[in-house]
Ligand binder design. Sequence first.
Ligand code: ATP
Length: 229
Amino acid sequence: MLLEIKNLSKGYLSKKAVKNISLTVEQGKIYGFLGPNGSGKTTFMKMVAGLLNPSSGEILVEGNNVGVKSKELTAYMSTENFIYPYMKIKTVGEFYKDFYKDFNMERYKELIAYMDLEMDMKVSSLSSGMASKMKIAVTLSRDSKLIMLDEPLNGIDLVAREKILNTIVKCANDDNTIIVSSHLVDEMEKILDQVIFIKNGELVLMGDAETVREERGKSIVDLYKEVYA
Ligand SMILES: Nc1ncnc2c1ncn2[C@@H]1O[C@H](COP(=O)(O)OP(=O)(O)OP(=O)(O)O)[C@@H](O)[C@H]1O
C-alpha cells in the first residue's frame, strides 16, 4: 500500500478541520480528492506532506512515518506561491534539481514548452494562471511515488485546463500515485480512477470511479452535487 491513513484528525484552535479519516491509497492510480471550499483537503494534504502536524492518527507513506524518507517519496504542490519570484523558469528547474535527486530536467523542459511557457521567462512576470502552470510542471517533473496536487485547475482558463489534465494523465504511471484535490468535479471526472469525497473534514465516500458510477447509477458529478447539496 502506498499510503495508509489511520484515524487522522487535525484541529486548529477553534475548529476541527480533519475528523478521524482512515483510508488507503494504492499505487498506479489517479485519485480525485473532492470537496467544497473548507472541507479539509488542504489540511489533509499538508499533513501527508509533513508540513502540518496531525492532532492524532497515523500517516504511513510506503510504510514510513512522516519524515525524511516519506518526504523523499512525496511531491506536493501547494496552492500557495512557493516559488521565488526573482527566478527565471530555467533557474526554478535547476533549483529543484539541486534539491531533489528524482527531478527530471528533460521532462521539465517538455512540460514547460507544452504549457506554452519559456525557460527564460521571469517568475515575477507570469500571470497567476501561467505561474500555476509552472508550479504544476515543476511538481510533475519529479519522479515521486506520491504526487499531491492541491487545486491545480484553480484560476486556469479552459484551454489550459485541458492541458493540465492531459499532463497529469501523461505523468501517471504504474509506479506512482497522483492525488488531485478539486471542487471542479465536472472537468476532473474523466481522468480519475478513484474518488474520495470529503465533507466538513469527514470522509463520506471513497471508491473506484467506475464502480461508484455503476453502483449508484450516476456520474461522479451528479453524485457530488447530491452529497454536497
Ligand atoms: N491555519 C488555520 N487556522 C484556523 N483554521 C483553519 C486554518 N487552516 C484551515 N482552517 C479551517 O479548517 C477548515 C478546512 O480548511 P482547508 O483549507 O483544509 O479546506 P480545503 O478543503 O482545502 O478548502 P479550499 O478548497 O477552500 O482550500 C476550514 O474551515 C478552514 O477555515
